[in-house]
Design a protein. Structure first.
Length: 153
């Protein structure tokens, strides 16, 4: 009788541990799913925004037409990268993923003389952008910087 009781206790313990394990796995998957949703939303905002597409094209060659882009459009463009920085710092977007998808563009903006024409790049209100873009620039300019093919949300 004690043997049956011990076996039942052991089976119950195994079932509880299995349930706990499955709960943790499900929790982790839900976290990844939420991070994926956040990332895909931000990616859609960036690549689906007509103004951002125009700015991005002009930044490729630091086109003098960037001087004519209005302050509000420039502010929105910079604010987008600040949002990415906050999401990265909060670990809602993986740092490698932020670099891979947005690092090049943040660097091009940081380095553009024409984009910053008429704007104070050193204004304290661009601090979050400047830190993010400088970090991306450092990664981009470092020798052999690559992102693993196993990048995750």
């Amino acid at each position: 009788m004690d043997t049956i009781k011990d076996i039942a206790t052991f089976v119950g313990l195994l079932a509880a541990l299995w349930g706990l394990y499955k709960g943790f796995v499900e929790f982790a998957l839900q976290g990844k799913q939420k991070r994926a949703e956040i990332f895909l939303k931000k990616q859609g905002e960036y690549f689906g925004n007509k103004s951002f597409n125009e700015i991005r094209g002009l930044l490729e060659k630091d086109d003098p037409k960037l001087k004519d882009v209005g302050f509000e459009e420039k502010r929105a463009y910079l604010t987008f990268f600040e949002e990415i920085a906050v999401l990265k710092n909060s670990r809602l977007i993986n740092g490698d993923l932020a670099y891979y998808m947005f690092g090049y563009y943040a660097t091009k903006c940081l380095e553009s003389e024409n984009f910053w024409s008429g704007m104070n790049k050193n204004d304290i209100f661009w601090n979050v952008f400047l830190r993010f873009a400088t970090e991306m620039q450092t990664r981009l300019r470092s020798n052999g910087e690559v992102v693993t093919h196993e990048i995750e949300f």
